[in-house]
Design a protein around this ligand. Structure first.
Ligand code: F6P
Length: 420
């Protein structure tokens, strides 16, 4: 029986719960024992507190990540999975509904029922400093072996997936180290020689190469569209201009797609900054033209990572000043912030994680010491597997190209077909 754990890591995104649900249910259907790891990699490092050694190793990270250790069990329908055992019991014992000090938890079918409709990630996420250290990963390896787990599905962005690959590459030496310490037996070292890892991309930014869509991006885009509709009516009433700042870190996908779906007058993206030095002039010319044609409202979308061609950041406030001073427009700034990340997943952020979750379990079941760690993607409407590190490397190459001001390269690495 493969013992399979799923965790969510990095910034949350809509659809992460659907990933957990799909991996757990597909895992059970395929004969696996299924676990969730709470609070991302931090949970792997902390493990289950009944172990004195684990407590000792984990101690440094407690200060860095603040986790309120309470209510996860309330989100479970029938109590936690240790009681549930694959849906066979729906009668948790009183006093057993706390997960305090337990980060790796057995879950069953009913634990994840209906999770496709919930926003954020119910199992928690964290940016774990401890997992970036050798000591932290050693504790994580120990905790997994202790629970008998040898397969992990990680849902997160490029940083989280890189962490997964580092962990897998290091795994054999971690196992040897634990064996030499006498923390695990020789038998365990042999039984857990190979760690199976698979990545699913959870990111609202749609910033991963070699896949068309990341989990959470469609919902974030929907949030922006709804906000644009709301702004549209008030902007129209007053004949105002609005500068809308949207998320996306280094990636302009949300800004660009929102501009297309909500009808923006001008869009500022990190991958393709305006070509002119005096881009403010051309922006004003275009907006003035739109006004001349009779438009009563103006919307400029600024990606949070937008800059000019010399990489000087372009802030929404600057755009507001330009529109006010040069065009005399009554201009307001709206920063959508984390409203883009929260809330109920749209249909596509349920479908994609469900199909990808099933594929992830298959990839784990088929994993051998010689197969690479895969990232589950989607290309032209088909669920795909690509070597995780290839996708991560290409994604980092985009950021590098931006830093080198090679914007043509950035766009082509981001999405060769879209670029054409
Ligand atoms: O990667 C997702 C994202 O929402 C980015 O768009 C944004 O730059 C960043 O995370 C914000 O991170 P946080 O507020 O979680 O620190």
């Amino acid at each position: 029986t493969m013992k399979l754990a799923v965790l969510t890591s990095g910034g949350d995104s809509a659809g992460m719960n659907a990933v957990v649900r799909a991996v757990v249910k597909a895992g059970i259907l395929k004969g696996c024992e299924t676990y969730i790891v709470r609070e991302g990699y931090e949970g792997l490092v902390r493990g289950n507190a009944d172990d004195a050694r684990a407590e000792k190793v984990h101690a440094p990270s407690y200060k860095e990540v603040h986790i309120t250790d309470t209510t996860f069990a309330h989100n479970l329908r029938f109590g936690d999975g240790d009681l549930l055992r694959d849906g066979t019991s729906d009668h948790p014992q009183p006093g057993q509904r706390t997960l305090k000090g337990r980060y790796i938890v057995r879950v069953g079918w009913d634990d994840v029922r209906g999770w496709f409709a919930q926003g954020g990630t119910l199992i928690g996420t964290a940016r774990s400093a401890a997992f970036r250290t050798h000591e932290g990963r050693l504790a994580a390896a120990y905790n997994l072996i202790k629970e008998g787990i040898d397969a992990i599905a990680v849902c997160g962005g490029d940083g989280s997936l890189t962490g997964a690959d580092v962990f897998r590459a290091e795994w054999p030496s971690l196992v040897t180290e634990l064996k030499e310490q006498g923390t695990i037996t020789e038998f365990q070292a042999e039984a857990y020689a190979h760690l199976k890892i698979v990545g699913l991309v959870g990111s609202i930014d749609n910033d991963m190469s070699l896949t068309d869509l990341t989990i959470g991006a469609p919902t974030a885009l929907q949030r922006i569209c709804e906000a644009m509709d709301n702004i549209d009516s008030t902007a129209f009433s007053h004949s105002r201009a609005f500068v809308l700042e949207v998320m996306g870190r280094h990636c302009g996908w949300l800004a660009l797609m929102a501009g297309v779906s909500g009808g923006a007058d001008f869009i500022l993206l990190p991958e393709r900054p305006p070509e002119e030095d005096n881009w403010e002039d051309s922006m004003c010319k275009m907006i003035h033209g739109h006004r001349e044609m009779g438009k009563r409202k103006t919307i400029v979308i600024v990606a949070e990572g937008a800059h000019d061609k010399n990489l000087n950041p372009i802030h929404a406030e600057h755009v507001r000043e330009v529109l006010t001073e040069r065009l005399g427009l009554d201009t307001r700034v709206t920063t959508l912030g984390h409203t883009q990340r929260g809330g109920r997943p749209v249909a596509w952020d349920r479908i994609l994680p469900t199909l990808q979750g099933v594929e992830a379990v298959d990839a784990l079941l088929e994993s051998t010491p010689t197969t690479p760690s895969y990232m589950i993607g989607v290309r032209e409407n088909k669920i795909t597997r690509v070597p995780l590190m290839e996708a991560v490397k290409m994604t980092h190459a985009v950021t590098e190209a931006i830093k080198e001001k090679d914007f043509v390269k950035a766009m082509s690495l981001r999405d060769p077909e879209f670029c054409e």
